[in-house]
Every structure is written in structure tokens, then in C-alpha cells.
Ligand binder design. Structure first.
Ligand code: UDP
Ligand code: MG
Length: 324
């Protein structure tokens, strides 16, 4: 068997040495063939150089450099496309996903499971970041039209079959945990403690995380659309009843004082509702526009690798018009 490990990196020069050491130790213990695909998502620090040095020492490592920063999910997709292993593990470079868990996942895979999710028992994020993450997961569980095991992020193992299916999806808005769950096949989990980031600040800003959450929501749920429909229905029903009451009062000539308050509240509330529904429709429309454009998810600038018996780095510049 051969295991592929995909690691997206963005300015992880502080974490790379630790990652390298811990990952290689685990691979040594595992005693199986492997490849490590590092996807440089537009780093501006020493990360690419460090990775090149790593390739010089270990030909099982490959570096894929994207032409700029495309984001976590596109970077992972770029890496997945390069994999040749029978099973693929996706992990972050900041050691929040401990490398030892890989061995457990491989064990489960050998037992015949096609997907192994790494479920976190705890997380070390604090403050606003944690609030955003946990709030999102709760919300997503409620809103999703499709059950996604939400204690797992991208960290996990997929069989070749699952990876190939994932890569065959033409979707632009990719929420990999959701898509992986959508694909199905026999799935199991291993449990681990999510550690704190080893070094440096998180590379996904809160804004990015929120965007990621919105992408996930709208690509896995029609409920927001349905909700704005039902909200409209509900408000119309109330207005109808209220209208009848007003009419009856007018006919019986009870209490006919011009009510500014009622009108003001009704207008403000209804415009709010209309704007929200417009926004919801807009979110879907923007996504449809993205899908229709069919722009590539990422652009690979170059690939660096080394054959076992060769000393020099093999640098492949993708200067032609199209990605391979
Ligand atoms: N990352 C990336 N591109 C980005 C942001 C992050 O490749 O635009 C990488 C980052 O280097 C790390 C992983 O994705 O290896 C997860 O990022 P981070 O730890 O910042 O996110 P979080 O742990 O909050 O999900
Ligand atoms: Mg992290």
C-alpha cells in the first residue's frame, strides 16, 4: 500500500521543521510506502525554501506551488489531484492535527473502511474564534439538508475511490467535509484531542472562516430559501388577520384613530424581511454565477520533486496556458 498525505501551507516556516520531524517519525513507525504533497498556497516566508530542503533529504516529498493564495479548500483540492496513493490523508501544517493519529486511521482503513474521520474530542481555540467555529457547527447541523458528521474538519483519511469521486465534482464552492460525507462509502471515526496551533497565528482569518461557513451553508442547504418563503407566508397570514380586524373596526366605526405606529412598524419590518430574502436569493445567485463561469479553482505555478536516484530537484514550471 501507499499512503498520500496532503498538507496545504501558508506561511508556516515556524511549523514546518516540527511537522517534518513528527511526520517522518510516524511514517517510519508505520512502515509503509508514502508520499507527502505540500501545497504552497502563496507563502511569502521561507516555507517553500524549507520544503525544498526537505525534498533534498526525502524524495517522498513533493512541493506544489500555487500562483497566489487561493485558500484552504482550493489548496487541498490541488494537492488531492497530485496524489497517487491507495489512501489519502489531508492534514494541516500547524500540528493541530497530530500526526500519530494517521497510524490509527490507516489501521481502520486496513480493516476495510473507505473513509476514516478524525473526530475531535476537544479543541484548544479560544475566544471569538472558538465561538465562530462552534456556532457554525451547531448552525450547520441544523441547517444542512444532509447529515454531516460535524466534529470532523478536513483531517481524515479517504480511500482512492472516494478521492477520485471527490475530484470528479465540478463544484466551485467546495466544503470538503460536506462533500466527503455526501459521497458515502463505509465510514468510521477515530478520536483525538485537537491541539493548539504549534507556532504562529492562524492563517485563516475570522473573515475567511465566516466565508467558509457561508459557502458550506448555501452549498449544502436549501433551507434558507424555504425559510424566507415560510416567513413570507407567516407574515402574510398575520397581516391578513390584522387587515380583517381593521376592516371590521372601520365598518363598525370603533376606535378609528390614524395609527402611525402600526404603519411605521409594518413598513420597517416588512422591508427588513424583504431585504433578507433578497440577500438569501443573492447568495444562491452568486454561487450559480460562480458555477456557470467554471473558472479553475486554483492555478499551479510549479511543481518540485525529486526521484530517489537523482540529486537535483526536478522543477516543473507550468508556463503553458493550462494546468495539467
Ligand atoms: N492555509 C492555506 N491557505 C490559506 C489559509 C490557511 O493553505 O489561505 C493552511 C495553513 O497553512 C494551515 C491550514 O491551511 O496548514 C489550516 O490553517 P489554519 O491553522 O490557519 O486554520 P484553522 O486551524 O483555524 O482551521
Ligand atoms: Mg490551525
Amino acid at each position: 500500500m501507499k499512503l498520500s498525505i496532503v498538507i496545504p501551507i501558508l506561511n508556516e516556516e515556524d511549523n514546518l521543521p516540527i511537522l517534518r520531524e513528527r511526520l517522518e517519525k510516524v511514517m517510519l513507525d508505520g512502515q509503509f510506502d508514502y508520499e507527502i504533497i505540500i501545497v504552497d498556497d502563496g507563502s511569502i516566508d521561507q516555507s517553500p525554501q524549507l520544503t525544498c530542503a526537505w525534498i533534498q533529504d526525502n524524495p517522498k516529498v513533493t512541493l506544489l506551488q500555487l500562483s497566489r493564495n487561493f485558500g484552504h479548500q482550493p489548496a487541498i483540492t490541488a494537492g488531492l489531484k497530485e496524489t497517487t496513493g491507495d489512501a489519502v490523508v489531508i492534514m494541516d501544517a500547524d500540528l493541530q492535527d497530530p500526526p500519530q493519529v494517521i497510524l490509527e486511521m490507516v489501521q481502520k482503513w486496513r480493516e476495510g473502511y473507505r473513509v476514516v474521520l478524525a473526530e475531535r474530542l476537544s479543541r484548544k481555540e479560544i475566544g471569538l474564534r472558538r465561538l465562530v467555529i462552534e456556532g457554525f457547527y451547531k448552525f450547520f447541523e441544523f441547517i444542512s439538508d444532509f447529515p454531516v458528521k460535524i466534529k470532523s474538519g478536513v483531517f481524515g483519511l479517504m480511500d482512492r475511490v472516494v478521492v477520485d469521486h471527490l475530484l470528479s465534482f465540478p463544484e466551485q464552492n467546495r466544503f470538503i467535509p460536506g462533500l466527503r460525507s455526501w459521497i458515502g462509502f463505509s465510514t468510521t471515526s477515530v478520536h483525538y484531542m485537537r491541539e493548539a496551533r504549534a507556532k504562529g497565528a492562524p492563517k485563516q482569518s475570522i473573515r475567511r472562516l465566516i466565508k467558509y461557513g457561508i459557502d458550506a451553508t448555501f452549498s449544502f442547504s436549501y433551507k434558507p430559501l424555504r425559510m424566507s418563503f415560510f416567513m413570507g407566508l407567516f407574515i402574510s397570514a398575520i397581516c391578513f388577520i390584522y387587515g380583517i380586524i381593521l376592516l371590521v373596526k372601520r365598518l363598525l366605526n370603533i376606535d378609528v384613530v390614524p395609527g402611525f405606529t402600526t404603519i411605521a412598524i409594518a413598513v420597517l419590518f416588512l422591508s427588513g424581511v424583504l431585504l433578507i430574502s433578497n440577500g438569501i436569493i443573492g447568495e444562491y445567485l452568486a454561487r450559480i454565477y460562480d458555477e456557470v463561469k467554471k473558472r479553475p479553482l486554483y492555478i499551479v505555478a510549479r511543481k518540485m520533486s525529486r526521484k530517489e536516484n537523482q540529486k537535483e530537484l526536478n522543477i516543473q514550471e507550468y508556463s503553458s496556458r493550462l494546468n495539467p
